[in-house]
Design a protein around this ligand. Structure first.
Ligand code: SF4
Ligand code: SF4
Length: 368
């Protein structure tokens, strides 16, 4: 895939429209069909799914909404092997076949190792994950290979040096995290470019956080917006970087898709004034931040106490102390106080949040 400035919008498949916002499996197919139709009719065609999204249903939903309704040459699909699940070499083939079956895609245009970090890089090496990807490509079962990454630039540099066969790297890049010491958006981007790899951007709007900004941030941005939304300038920031070939947006509503189409149909790079304004907005947002959770829900799948970690963190940021809202968020879920401190969630958190400690703050705010 080469950079095409008319086609930089990728359809992220981790935030499909839902019938019940508390249940990631309750996909609203009617709305999803409409969104897929509009996205394709607008000239775009890149879909990004993964084994774990929507409690394992994203791949199936993609088959129903896309693969069974359009000819295979109208779109490309990226799927990802769940690197955190690697324990034995045999699992690679088993899970890959399951993914092909769930999506009905016959082959994947792009196939990534999902969420490489220090721990999963070691197990992937040990279990033969890199050889598996090379074999898939050689056999034509996938067309291009790469990985998504959630760690620091030193490790990224090591992976890219040791694995020249990985053509693409998917990175969390947005203006808020640009200089963040954990996420390292800028340093990771520069490392990927140094290694001459193509970059796919994820979380350009930081899980929606950059779409609704405080008043003082809006007034700084308004001369740059020309009627466009705060999400639009966040997307343009990421899409303006050289070497970026796709920017993913996990859209949950038709109106979000329409807004994104407007942005990318008339794509213009951010200019110096835009960058200056975004720097000031970043300072404002950082000064207000409590818990920097992006609501990706990577942490929840393995929690033995079924704790609504992203829900509680979002509530802590927006409505600290609101016991009624906490009760609603906790319906059918474990309370923050029920955390047994096993640490499973922290192994998966791309933001490297100290979840166990933060849950104690949540408990103090909502339960005590
Ligand atoms: S540390 Fe607590 S919140 Fe995290 S997975 Fe374990 S029980 Fe769940
Ligand atoms: S705590 Fe971390 S893994 Fe869990 S939703 Fe927030 S950012 Fe994602």
């Amino acid at each position: 895939m080469e950079r095409d400035e008319n086609k930089l919008l990728g359809f992220g498949c981790m935030r499909f429209p839902l019938l019940n916002s508390e249940d990631p499996k309750s996909i609203d197919y009617k709305s999803l069909y409409e969104m897929v139709d509009l996205y394709l009719d607008s000239g775009f065609g890149y879909f990004d799914t993964a084994y774990m999204y929507h409690g394992g249903l994203s791949e199936v939903a993609l088959r129903k909404a896309l693969v069974e309704r359009y000819s295979r040459d109208r779109f490309t699909i990226t799927d990802k092997w769940p690197s955190y699940m690697a324990t034995r070499n045999e699992d690679y083939e088993i899970i890959f076949k399951e993914q092909l079956e769930k999506t009905g895609a016959r082959y994947f245009d792009y196939y990534w190792l999902h969420n490489l970090n220090l721990g999963s890089y070691e197990t992937t090496k040990k279990c033969g994950g890199f050889e598996f990807l090379k074999r898939l490509k050689k056999e034509g079962r996938v067309r291009n290979i790469g990985f998504s990454f959630h760690d620091g630039h030193t490790l990224l540099d090591e992976i890219l040096t040791e694995h020249p066969e990985l053509e693409y790297v998917q990175l969390q890049i947005n203006y808020l995290d640009w200089n963040n010491g954990f996420v390292e958006s800028r340093k990771n981007y520069e490392t990927a470019i140094k290694h001459n790899r193509k970059v796919i951007v994820m979380e350009p709007v930081k899980g929606g956080r950059l779409s609704s900004l405080p008043e003082e941030a809006i007034s700084i941005l308004s001369p740059c917006l020309n009627g466009e939304s705060p999400s639009s300038i966040a997307l343009r920031f990421a899409a303006s970087l050289d070497g970026v070939v796709m920017v993913l947006s996990g859209m949950s509503r038709l109106s979000q898709l329409e807004d994104n189409i407007k942005t990318f149909k008339n794509f213009r790079k951010v200019d110096e004034e835009d960058i200056k304004a975004l720097d000031r907005v970043r300072q404002i947002l950082l000064s207000k931040e409590e818990i920097a959770c992006t609501s990706c829900a990577y942490c929840t799948g393995e929690c033995p106490m079924n704790i609504n970690i992203p829900g509680y963190f979002a509530l802590y940021n927006s409505h600290p102390g609101s016991k009624d809202m906490y009760k609603r968020a906790a319906r059918g879920r474990g309370l923050a106080s029920e955390c047994i401190e096993c640490g499973e969630c922290e192994l998966r958190c791309p933001q490297h949040l100290p979840i166990r400690k933060l849950l104690k703050d949540v408990r103090a705010s909502f339960e005590d």
